[in-house]
Design a protein around this ligand. Structure first.
Ligand code: AMP
Ligand code: ZN
Length: 473
């Protein structure tokens, strides 16, 4: 096997991966804030960690993966300003905050399932760890924190090299430089505990030594990673935005509790963003695409998975419907090829599939280079010197890491029907047969008229579809 090399945002370089215990690689991924549905950008973050986990498993490592659920404490700005996202969402919808959190948590888990993302060992909830967060705050308060009327704040000058992850020295992250809370000693200082203002009507609040209130957002990840993975674990992941504020603050807390230069994790890995033509996709803007929207438009979730695998996780990826359609076509071709191989049954081959497995390993070991791995799969499937049975066995091995479900997906699975569509399949078949006759008779105006008539009814005629389908909605 090729040694695994992974890019570490801390050192800004690819490093040879050396886990503390190869039988139990410990990975923590910052989870979603459950005040809204996850958008497809958020889901890219978990497709990335899923690929990471699958590669680790494929290469023989044991794995404990944690994804937390942020159901309290995340303000509308990452830098301790604005409203609590959960409280605001509950107020706006007039619903109970716990019901809001539960609803979006379930929706998030359903999205992960649809994308064939493996379950982590646990999905711990921030609200289940309030006592542990208070205890953490108490143990760092004397040496590292100070009180303000609205809470307990972390003094970022009390830890070595604050902001190193973000690439800022001593001055803290850019957004933190805007001093948003009166009385902070340094602009980058952040809340460990936010005391409720008199008369403030919060649905979620708890008693603490710093008054009734709620924890600061960064605290939960230091507490839960430590609780489930220990004071030092192997890999911490998140989207690239977390490199600027959230993760530097987690590191500061980890240093405070460990009283050393230790950042808590050996490797800090970040996926780049999904963007659309209007810019970054964000939940707070309210305008974003969800996985169910893609499905409603007739796309299989694995087409989105493939679209993400076609880009390196550290590259920005522009979403467009054309990109997604191209990925869906590629997925159909793969499914078609696999079906054809299966139909071929037993045949003799002159060559082995193992050189392909070695190339797959080399690509993935190079900082999870999935865009380089995918063509290896295409070449393997097309290599007539390898017997169909050996190609199918190698395919199953490849798919354990790509997670496209190629051994089980059928042609019919890929025919995603828009929700609530009522279609008269018999009627469509009759019109298509008439169109074929017209084309055979070179009566193109009539053939085009039938196509346009079907299009007006929401049915797209597909000439030359790789799966041989003649229409879609
Ligand atoms: P949130 O629910 O906002 O806390 O975000 C959940 C995860 O999605 C975090 O790791 C974010 O960094 C990541 N993320 C947010 N927006 C995007 C995006 N447009 N593309 C990729 N990842 C994102
Ligand atoms: Zn986090």
């Amino acid at each position: 096997m090729t040694p695994l090399s992974l890019y570490n945002s801390l050192t800004r370089s690819a490093e040879l991966f050396v886990p503390a215990d190869p039988a139990d690689v410990r990975v923590y991924s910052c989870g979603p804030t459950v005040y809204h549905y996850a958008h497809i950008g958020n889901l890219r973050a978990y497709l990335f960690t899923d690929t990471l986990g699958r590669v680790l498993t494929w290469k023989g490592y044991g794995l404990t993966h944690i994804i937390n659920i942020t159901d309290v404490g995340h303000l509308t700005s990452d830098a301790d300003a604005g409203d609590d996202k959960m409280e605001a969402a509950a107020r706006a919808s007039g619903r109970d905050i716990w019901a809001v959190a539960d609803h979006y948590t379930q929706a998030f888990k359903a999205d992960l399932k649809a994308l064939n993302i493996r379950d982590p060992a646990r999905f711990p909830l921030a609200t289940d760890h309030i006592d542990a967060m208070i205890a953490f705050g108490q143990s760092i308060a004397d040496k590292h924190c100070y009180r303000l009327p609205d809470g307990l704040y972390f003094d970022t000058s009390t830890v070595p090299d604050y902001g190193r992850l973000a690439g800022h020295r001593d001055e803290g992250p850019a957004e933190g430089r805007i001093d948003t809370v009166a009385g902070k000693r340094h602009a980058a200082d952040f809340a460990i505990w936010r005391t409720s203002a008199p008369g403030e009507n919060r649905q979620m609040e708890w008693d603490s030594p710093w008054g009734r209130g709620a924890p600061g957002w960064h605290l939960e990840c230091s507490v839960m990673s430590r609780q489930y993975l220990g004071p030092h674990f192997d890999i911490h992941t998140g989207g690239i935005d977390h490199r600027e504020i959230h993760h530097p603050n987690e590191i500061a807390q980890n240093q405070a509790i460990g009283c050393s230069a230790d950042t808590g994790a050996t490797l800090w890995m970040h996926n780049n963003f999904i963007v659309d033509r209007t810019g970054k996709m964000s939940k707070s803007s309210g305008e974003f695409l969800t996985l169910p929207t893609l499905i409603e438009r007739g796309f299989h979730p694995h087409a989105y998975r493939l679209m993400c695998l076609q880009a390196h996780y550290r590259s920005e990826l522009e979403f467009s419907w054309d990109n997604l359609a191209a990925a869906q076509t590629r997925l159909k071709r793969l499914v078609q090829t696999v079906a054809a191989l299966r139909a071929r049954g037993e045949g003799k081959g002159a060559a082995s599939a193992s050189p392909y497995a070695e190339r797959l390993d080399a690509a993935l070991s190079d900082d999870l280079n999935t865009p380089r791995a995918l063509p290896v799969l295409d070449e393997l499937l097309a290599d007539k010197k390898v017997s169909p049975a050996d190609r199918l066995a190698a395919l199953a091995d490849f798919d354990a890491v790509l997670g496209l479900g190629l051994s089980t997906l059928s042609r019919e699975d890929l025919r995603v029907r828009p929700k609530g569509a009522t279609i008269d399949e018999g009627g469509i078949a009759v019109r298509l047969a008439e169109r074929r006759e017209a084309r055979a008779a070179k009566d193109f105006p009539r053939s085009d008229a039938i196509r346009d008539e079907l299009a007006a009814a929401g049915v797209e005629v597909m000439d030359g579809d790789p799966l041989g389908w003649d229409w879609k909605l």
